[in-house]
Design a protein around this ligand. Sequence first.
Ligand code: AMP
Ligand code: ZN
Length: 471
Amino acid sequence: MQQITLYNTESRSLEVFSPVHPGEVRLYTCGPTVYNRVHIGNLRTFTWEDLLCRVFRYFGYRTTQVMNLTDIDDKTIKGCVAEGITLGEFTAKHIATFFEDLATLGVTPADVYPKATDHVPEMVAIVKKLEEHGHTYVSDGSIWFRIASFPAYGKLSKVDLSTMQRGARVADDEYEKEDVRDFAVWKAAKPGEPESATWDTELGYGRPGWHLECTAMAMKYLGETLDIHTGAVDNIFPHHENEIAQSEGATGKPFVKYWLHAEHLVVDGEKMSKSKGNFYTLPDLVVGRGLSPRAIRFLFLSVPYRQKLNFTFESLAGAASSVDRLASLVQRLTERAGDANAAPEAAFEGRIAAARSAFAAGLADDLNTAAALGALFGFVREVNVDLEGGKLSPGDARAARDFLREADSVFGVLPPEPASLDAEVEARIAERQAARKRRDFAASDRIRDELLAQGIVLEDTPQGVRWKKKS
Ligand code: AMP
Ligand code: ZN
């Protein structure tokens, strides 16, 4: 198996990856807080996590990816109260748009998307273990994790514990960087909080703290020690530091072998914010401006994850032309290959092998996508020249095309092959018909819109549904 190195935030160094279970990678990727439509910064992180899984599969590992849905926290409660609906009604809307965005960007679904609200008993069990091990205390009806009881606190974020004030507490799920406090694992219900956001448990009437949710869902689906846990850099402190304290405080075992964190997406060099007018959701770009989801995906993945991604419309145009160059070469190679089944020339096979090994070496080097794409596009350039010069046999063309498709199993930016495009669209149409039958018009509209975003137009005719490519 290819040796893979990853940058572990905990050791602040590159480490050779070695899984807990041979041949298998179990990852927990922090998911969205479902209180609004996710922004393109969130989506850069989710697309990178998809790439991470695809890279492991490319190298022959089995992957199990869990991505939670944070559907109970300060923000979701505020949202449902403001709209006068239940917590579940409120979060369902945002869960639906989240999945829409993932589909538009061609993100391979995770194996499980657990909701925090479906795992309250597991969370209660962890709090009870923490109580037994002396890590908690009760105050104001809430249960707090005493970080002074966990000497390793700070090992991930390297926060300076000497500035810690003993007994200081914070009720918010998130708090300021460098502000080291005891945090709530169980929050007593406050007046005005809706019933739909409150649970009657052995710990009292209340709800879990945000950090506890991830601890409980990670261990339930992946075991007490996971291979990889990811998020963007803002998750390092306090969220992931607190997850370690709770998980290791409860089990006495290491929680995570490799912590990976992606840098943020910024727009025109600045943090996104609504007031600056540089805040984008995926529909703002795809529906509002007609930009290609494949180009957006390419742009997200072309910048190695530990670098900030500076999103500009210029860089997106560059990404679109790279995707077009790749797609057009694949199409021309397919035409040149025809139906012939001839083998490539030995020398050409050697060139593919060299390109493949440079591509793989880039990915295996802490997902250096810039290096991998450099190798891939170097090959594209050479093959374009050879094809123009009539130097490629049909066998060469077929082998080159197959290699480009193989590389695209990692990047996922090429349109599906024509035959499978038909099958894919037909399958989506069948899903839409089923949704209409059960009168789920929101789902049927969503499928139509997703197909439209891929350039497929549906027409309802008396003979049934027809589809065509948008001209
Ligand atoms: P949240 O819904 O705030 O918990 O965020 C969901 C995921 O998006 C988390 O992994 C965050 O670390 C990540 N994230 C938040 N802001 C950005 C950003 N500007 N760029 C990249 N990732 C982000
Ligand atoms: Zn989390």
